[in-house]
Design a protein around this ligand. Sequence first.
Ligand code: PGA
Length: 256
Amino acid sequence: MTDKKLIAGNWKMNGSIEDAKSLIADIANGLHREPELLDKADFLVCPPFVHINIIRHALFTLDTVDFGAQDCSAHENGAYTGDISAAMLADAQCSYVILGHSERRHGLGETNQMIADKAACAHENNLTTIICVGETEAERDAGKEIDVVLEQLEGSIPSGVDAKNLVIAYEPVWAIGTGKTAMSKDVDVMHRFIRECLQNNIHNGLEDFENIRILYGGSVKPDNANVLLNIPNVDGALIGGASLKAQDFLGIARAV
Ligand code: PGA
């Protein structure tokens, strides 16, 4: 297990250029004032595509926060109107890309195969992927959450992964943006299950399965972060709403 947590902000489709500038300045200044937070966690922000360059400039002289994107194309380049390639993200100095978020799986019909293809492109371009998995409320009610997550893991992780280029985010769909969080015992069971899958199921077992970070996501806030981040196999958090306020984002880091 990695000793440092990853605290990742998914800014989704929010804010203006000015908002992005002031949010990253507040986060970077906060980390400058509390450098001990950097011993406990690595930090990542994933702004909308058009704000990536702003963040890159803001972080030019700082290496306290990594940045990445919220999606990329499954194609190298060419006639794909509206898409952004992994090579473009790498060229813009992104180090991470979130893939298979439930808002894309369920909202836009992304399949496991599409996510695996995107991830393969991302890895070829030296990006670390955060591959999201998680069950809907109906699937949990039907007792199918383990089967669902297994299928997503098996279907959306391409070959050639290791702890340097792969992070998993377990995000129960019903917990995203709802203020509901999964119960500690359910998070414990699911994260342990994901670790076992990395050990045994994914491409016949990954050698450094122990070091692959498994994040929890879904209504993580400063007041529940301590409990969630202390569950075994929870190696960090993927944060939506609370990542849009520097104080909340840093508050979650303080809870590590
Ligand atoms: P939330 O979003 O923290 O607003 O629930 C999490 C996510 O979608 O990654």
